[in-house]
Design a protein around this ligand. Sequence first.
Ligand code: S3P
Length: 427
Amino acid sequence: MKKTIKPVKAFNAVITIPGDKSISHRAVMFGSLAVGDTVIRGFLNGDDCLSTVGCFKNMGIDIEMDKEKVVVHGKGLNGLTPPVSVLDVGNSGTTLRLMSGILSAQKFTSCVTGDSSIQKRPMDRVAKPLSLMGADIKSTAPDKILAPVTITGKPLKGIDYTLPVASAQVKSAILLAGLYAEGETVVIEPEATRNHTEIMLNFMGADIKKDGNRIICRPVKELYAKEITVPGDISSAAYFMVAAATSENACITIKNVGINPTRTGIITALEAMGADITISDEKLLNGEPVGDITVKSSKLKATVIEGDLIPKLIDEIPVLAVAAAMADGTTVIKDAQELKVKESNRIKTTADELSKFGVDITETDDGLIINGPTFMKGGAVINTHNDHRIAMSAAIAALLADSETVIDGSECVDISFPGFYTLLEEL
Ligand code: S3P
């Protein structure tokens, strides 16, 4: 589907955005494994999270959904039943990776697959530690593990494992397997990654402790259902934050956004570029920090984004590249090789699509170099590569252009942000 985006120079708005994708996935998964009814408010009704719902329904979990809430009728740690068909994760890496940790410990065999993008995304990073714990994970790919995968549950034992890449999905898969394992499971992170799994599992009665960069999980008998309110997704807020920071005359307040410090790299990076950002009305929602984020137009300058900041803004790099395109000077993004194995190769797709606006952007092996400021040319036809974050980043660049831009394959935003274009139009 094609979508035309018109330039916008000034806006003043107070908005709310859909629920956090990472937290929504976890609420359904962990709610399925808990005893009792987990009531989820603010659930993200995006395609990825609906894939998680579909998979757990397929394993015998009754999940009711209406406009207000999702109710997951959990059956306890050992209540899943063999899936009636292949588990389809669609485009969702989080579903595939986290669910693998759970499936490794079940008393049945399951087959998991997804769309053409998911079938290319690395699974060795999950299969290796899970196999060390005793799991049996097979794939038909010749020399690596890729979806479709067949997972036969086994009795697991705890391991002490250092993650070769900073990945919350891999960490979470190991911790979930650790819930079922004999003894202690320890995951050592090279850099801190999002900790929603640890927060929510502990909220439901798990025994997960952090000691420096070591995360230690001890098995528990059961998890217990809770009421969960999902905060707005800072990864979705990021598009409107960059839109406000880069526009000529704008002010936006985004209400109730998750500001867990493992996710706020976008704020750190934009502030380093000179953005005017304030956070108000801070509170805690089921262990997750939440606040209202206000961003006003400002003159941006270039920065360097690297090291342990990268996992805290990994999904926001395409839209940060738009901010960098409008900033004065050379912005360097490095240590971000992981971008190559996202829904698309985001180093390449960000460079390819932003260069259509006239942005001076160069791909490197581990990131991007962007020379700004840019006079953004309109008239581009953007290829989203079926990657929701490329589609939305290009839409924000299109607001800054001198004439209309066409986004081809625009519908992929439904993966994480249904209603994105309507909200954009309201500006
Ligand atoms: C996620 C972790 C990140 C992120 C993804 C969601 C999660 O992936 O990019 O969108 O919910 O755990 P990695 O673990 O591969 O870094």
